[in-house]
Design a binder for this molecule. Structure first.
Ligand SMILES: *Cc1c(COP(=O)(O)O)cnc(C)c1O
Length: 379
């Protein structure tokens, strides 16, 4: 039996990364900042394709934290956040002493439900506090309904923070994810579509916001020969070594998107004839990177096989799979915050499973996955 682990999503180096890292060593640009940082920012801005400005940071979480700060979120404010997401989408709201207001998903995109969103905004306004921002997520690289969400946001004049941590390389109606909101954030954590070993970025169309973000991310030093501070700063900038990895990864981003989409097509084929299993798919208006391929298992149609059966059978063969994100409004730490919507995200969490989706998986590994799946469903 092959016991080499098949991961959900593991780092995949393209080969060009070491050249940029070597350059950093050769020129002793090891300290934060340096030519790789600005080079990586330019590569990202060019990729995203409009006149946007990118600030490379130490993580996606740091980017969310600074996005909230530059939008003026303070202690006691309320911020709307998609409930079905990774906790990093919501944690920075609490860092600031603000209150997250969680919103259910819609069935199509698994992202912000526009009906629950508008109901929440109206209710919070009625209760006396207009939310300061909306954090909308493109789960697993599938875009949220940007036109509908933007219409609601602009009706109430609330800025959108677009959590595009999982969606670099996805697009919505020919606009790249990352530039669909007022501020976008990206993540280059080890499991994302490209990685800098750990890192993130904030994307904005306003050069003044970028300037402010870089100022805050580098300890908020005022212009003076000594260390002078009139604001609280953070140590959130990306290092020149990590940015070198990022520059190399940008050379293979398109290939990674292609490979992840091919994994999705592999699953489409694999589950085509399996009753009761549906693969998460985007509609025609968007082009997802399919960062992770995910399925829903309906045990009423599978002779009682649940997503947990499948997960354990895969695990026994050293194949990693994972339930979908557990919604934030069900997390012990967030139980007491307001929640608007029904049980869509709860049902998705009960039935859903993410499957190995890396751009570096081989035919032999796909064969191992196929065998376990087919055996599980009695084929
Ligand atoms: C990964 C991720 C983040 C956080 O990014 P880090 O770089 O790990 O801090 C935020 N939101 C979502 C939806 C993510 O998947």
């Amino acid at each position: 039996m092959n016991t080499e682990k098949i991961w959900l999503s593991s780092p995949h180096m393209g080969g060009g990364e070491q050249k940029y890292v070597q350059e950093a060593f050769d020129t002793n640009w090891i300290a934060p900042l340096g030519p790789n940082v600005s080079g990586f920012e330019e590569d990202l801005a060019r990729y995203l394709g409009t006149d946007c400005h990118v600030a490379a940071l130490s993580s996606g979480t740091a980017a969310l934290h600074l996005a909230l700060i530059v939008l003026g979120v303070k202690a006691g404010d309320e911020v709307i956040c998609q409930s079905m997401t990774f906790s990093a989408s919501a944690n920075p709201i609490v860092y600031l002493g603000a209150t997250p207001i969680f919103i259910d998903s819609e069935e199509n995109t698994w992202n912000l439900c526009p009906v629950a969103l508008e109901a929440a905004i109206a209710d919070r306004i009625r209760l006396g506090k207009k939310p300061k921002a909306i954090i909308a997520v493109h789960l697993y690289g599938v875009p949220f309904q940007a036109d509908v969400i933007r219409k609601i946001a602009s009706k109430y004049e609330i800025p959108i923070i677009e959590d595009s941590a999982e969606a670099l390389g996805s697009s919505y109606e020919n606009e790249k994810c990352g530039i669909l909101g007022d501020i976008g954030i990206l993540s280059f954590n080890g499991n994302k579509i490209i990685t800098t070993s750990g890192g993130g970025a904030l994307v904005t169309k306003d050069p003044k916001i970028k300037e402010k973000v870089v100022f805050l991310a580098t300890q908020a030093r005022d212009n003076a020969p000594h260390y002078q501070h009139s604001e609280i700063g953070y140590n959130y900038r990306m290092s020149n070594v990590c940015a070198g990895i990022g520059r190399g990864q940008m050379e293979v981003l398109d290939a990674h998107v292609k490979a992840r989409r091919a994994m999705h097509a592999f699953y489409q084929n694999l589950f085509h004839d399996i009753q009761g299993v549906s693969l998460f798919q985007a509609n025609d208006t968007s082009y997802p990177n399919y960062w992770l391929s995910a399925i829903l298992v309906d045990e009423n149609q599978t002779n009682g096989i649940t997503r947990e059966h499948l997960r354990l059978l895969l695990d026994a063969e050293h194949i990693e799979s994972r339930p979908l994100w557990k919604p934030m409004h069900l997390q012990p730490i967030f139980l007491n915050y307001p929640y608007y919507g029904g049980a869509v995200s709860e049902t998705l969490f009960e039935k859903g499973l993410c499957l190995p989706s890396g751009s570096n998986l081989t035919d032999a590994e796909r064969d191992r996955i196929r065998k376990v799946v087919q055996t599980s469903f009695g084929l």
